[in-house]
Structure formats: C-alpha cells, structure tokens
Write a protein that binds this ligand. Sequence first.
Ligand SMILES: [Zn+2]
Length: 146
Amino acid sequence: MSAHRPGLPAPTLSVLTDGYWKAAGEGRLALQRCGRCGAHRHPPTAACYRCQSLDWAWDDVVGTATVFTYTWVEHPVHPATVDYVPFNVAVVELDDTEGEPVRLATAILGVDRDALVVGLPVTVDFDPTGDGVALPVFRPSATGNR
Ligand SMILES: [Zn+2]
C-alpha cells in the first residue's frame, strides 16, 4: 500500500458505506451487490436500481478499470490540498461488474499530465487514512497485463 497523503481528510463512515472503506483498509475493493439480481452498484444505496431489492452484500471485485474522465486541479480550494496541486480527480469505470457500468470518483496516482488519458488502463491501490480505513486510488496498469 502507498503511504497516506498527509493532511487530507479521512472519509466519513456511515451504515451504508463503512464496508466499502473497511474493505479498502484490508486491501480489497468491495462493491455493493444485489442479493436478488446480482447487479453491482456504487455509490452505496439502500435499494437496487435494477430490481429494487433491499437485499445486498459486499462483493470483492477485481480492481482493474479504465479511466472514464478526469481533470487536473490547479488551485487548492481546500487548505489540505495546498501541497498536492496540481492533482487529478478522475472517474474510472470498473472491469468485470454486473449490470450498468460501475464508476468510481478517485485519483490516479503515479501519472503525469501527458500519460493520463481517457481509456487508460488502471489498477486499484489503497491509500490508508488510519483506523483500518483506506481510500481506493488507482495507478496505471503495468504494460501487458490486459
Ligand atoms: Zn437487483
């Protein structure tokens, strides 16, 4: 796991989201999966968007994805980000999920401006924030593993 980027706020856990953050703390990317129809979904919600079932469980997914969109932040709008600009905010589309595409808002670490493009293959990594919790982040996939 990568070292936590000091000063950035940790996620706020709730009944619906704690499994996501705690799985990340254990080095797993877990999504909600419907207990009736099998659809994955994110961000967490009480009911399935496809069949409206309230039955769900956490399901580990493979952790590879493709960059769907991104932007670079130039100006620190929060004091905690002063040391990190310019940084990117990206949306990735996860591989091997059931149902509508599952996309996560995240960051692509270890990539420079020229290398970050839509369609870039990326692999999950975890940025620990303490208390057994981590942020799922992504890094460019090693060449040739897809
Ligand atoms: Zn369902």
